[in-house]
Design a protein around this ligand. Structure first.
Ligand SMILES: [Zn+2]
Length: 94
């Protein structure tokens, strides 16, 4: 059987490599650990969230929707309020 790199290698020699592959960390519906190999670079198999295109962006970017409550957003609004209060003559300069 020809391998991806073009070299010929008897199939039984590759079985050990396949058996040593990192396993999926998911639990099956029977509550047992999934025995399928994890997708390369991921912790889950193709059936448990490791499929191409699945999952969120790296860095939890999906959690940010508008930034209203982010540290920068809160600080920006605080500074604007302080500036408006100053301009209205109710507060000292920042
Ligand atoms: Zn799995």
């Amino acid at each position: 059987m020809a391998r991806a790199d073009g070299s010929a290698r008897p199939p039984h020699k590759d079985i050990g490599l396949m058996q040593r592959a990192v396993r999926c960390g998911a639990r099956t519906r029977q509550g047992k650990p999934c025995r399928a190999p994890a997708v390369k670079g991921k912790k889950r198999c193709r059936m448990h969230g490791g499929a191409k295109g699945s999952g969120g962006q790296p860095g939890n970017l999906n959690a940010l929707k508008h930034g209203y409550y982010s540290k920068a957003g809160v600080e920006e609004r605080r500074r604007i309020r302080a500036l408006l209060a100053f301009l209205a003559g109710r507060r000292k300069p920042i």
